[in-house]
Design a binder for this molecule. Structure first.
Ligand code: MN
Length: 297
């Protein structure tokens, strides 16, 4: 037995999160919200919101389903596509289509307007659709910085083979052994797309002091004697080292850790700032056109 597989679960589970609500975002994204900062932001910081869209089977369509232009300020939206294709366009002039394995890391910061639709090709054929959108907070000092966009394609993301044929981990952000994720983050964050094979017993060493959560997107796992199924999240203590996950069947997990941002969180719809005054300013700035616009060809 390897040293890794002999490590013990040392980090306690402090909370199990289950879907808070099920709703459609526009007509393209049937979403289960697994956590949201409006129910208490400190515990999940720097992560603000977790929407799991799908799995859902879309019929072929003439138009494009999705959500038309809308603003964001004060944080980042991270979109991970598992099935289907998402087309994005924003007021900084960035855009593109992301498909299975691709990740869009959009920094709204001081203000962005974007639209999120199914790609024209996917709309036409229809098919299975599944994605995650995670909102990641920004520290106050960069909330009003220039917006940005990182289009991260499948080939950019290193794949780590887990010991004992337990499965694989794609390192989107942060570090796993020698592998380093391509995403540039404002604060220290790990985001790993983990696939476990049935019967796997995997141990993940998570950084001390980080908020630490594991979302089950498909399958069923046992952690610290507790079972977790689809659309459930285990949230752990911020100290204590490793987490040991046993896969009861093939499983797809999203491992998230991040250094908490110890600042007040005041949000209103698509704006997440530190004070009410900053929220009023965001609404005023949006209403007076200061977020720019999406260029049309
Ligand atoms: Mn959006």
């Amino acid at each position: 037995m390897s040293e890794v597989s002999m490590s013990q679960q040392t980090r306690e589970i402090v909370e199990t999160k289950r879907p808070l609500s099920q709703h459609w975002v526009g007509d393209g994204f049937p979403v289960r919200t697994l956590f949201s900062y409006d129910r208490g932001a400190a515990d999940t910081s720097p992560f603000l919101l977790f929407d799991y869209a799908g799995p859902h089977l879309f019929e072929p369509a003439r138009g494009q389903r999705g959500v038309g232009q809308h603003p964001h300020r004060g944080f980042e939206t991270v979109t991970i596509v598992y099935d289907g294709e998402v087309a994005h366009k924003d007021s900084t002039g960035q855009g593109g289509v992301i498909g299975p394995g691709d990740v869009q890391w959009m920094t709204a910061a001081g203000g962005i307007i974007h639209e999120e639709f199914h790609s024209p090709a996917f709309a036409k054929t229809g098919g299975p659709f599944r994605m995650v959108q995670l909102w990641v907070n920004l520290p106050a000092k960069v909330k009003m910085s220039a917006p940005g966009y990182q289009g991260i394609t499948e080939g950019d993301i290193p794949v780590v083979t887990l010991p004992d044929n337990a499965g694989t981990a794609r390192i989107i952000a942060g570090q796993f052994g020698a592998a380093k994720g391509p995403a540039r983050t404002a604060t220290p964050i790990n985001l790993w797309d983990v696939r476990l094979t049935a019967g796997a017993d995997a141990t993940f060493d998570l950084p001390e002091g980080h908020t630490a959560m594991i979302a089950v997107l498909a399958g069923h796992v046992t952690i610290g004697g507790q079972g977790f199924g689809e659309a459930e999240i285990a949230r752990f203590t911020r100290t204590g080292g490793a987490v040991r996950v046993k896969a009861d069947g093939d499983a797809v997990l999203l491992v998230m850790t991040g250094e908490p941002i110890a600042e007040p969180v005041v949000g209103y719809g698509p704006f997440v700032m530190n004070t009410q005054q900053e929220i009023r300013q965001a609404v005023d700035d949006f209403n007076s056109g200061k977020f720019g616009q999406i260029a049309r060809a």
